[in-house]
Design a protein around this ligand. Structure first.
Ligand SMILES: C[S@@+](CC[C@H](N)C(=O)[O-])C[C@H]1O[C@@H](n2cnc3c(N)ncnc32)[C@H](O)[C@@H]1O
Length: 104
């Protein structure tokens, strides 16, 4: 598939510490340099809503893997990666038990 790991991924403990320290469950966490979206994953795990911005379509696409089920088949990973790199939006909320705070 050609997806590369992010070269500057930081450990989840770092955003976890600040998210717990600075926010309450349900708050919105924003990362304007999301990279592999360690922050978004940590926010999700801690019951916060999150927004991530990432310049690179490839890093953005690879970060989506954090929100797919561990059992997702390789074909699904490839489909999601290709769609995001092509600029399409992909709704993953139903695939990994995400908060599911869809616009109503
Ligand atoms: C140091 S990395 C972040 C790594 C992240 N903390 C992680 O754990 O994966 C910074 C990211 O910011 C992205 N970036 C740089 N300029 C940007 C911009 N103007 N808007 C959005 N993302 C940007 C880069 O592509 C890079 O992936």
């Amino acid at each position: 598939m050609g997806a590369k790991g992010h070269p500057a991924r930081f450990p989840a403990k770092l955003p976890e510490f600040f998210i717990k320290f600075l926010t309450d469950p349900g708050d919105l966490v924003v990362d304007i340099f999301a990279g592999s979206n360690t922050t978004g994953r940590a926010a999700e795990d801690l019951g916060r809503r999150w927004l991530g911005y990432e310049l690179s379509p490839e890093y953005l696409a690879a970060s989506a893997f954090r929100f797919l089920s561990k059992d997702a088949p390789a074909a699904r990973l490839q489909e999601v990666y290709a769609a995001i790199v092509a600029g399409e939006s992909v709704d993953l909320r139903s695939e990994a038990g995400l908060l599911g705070l869809a616009a109503e």
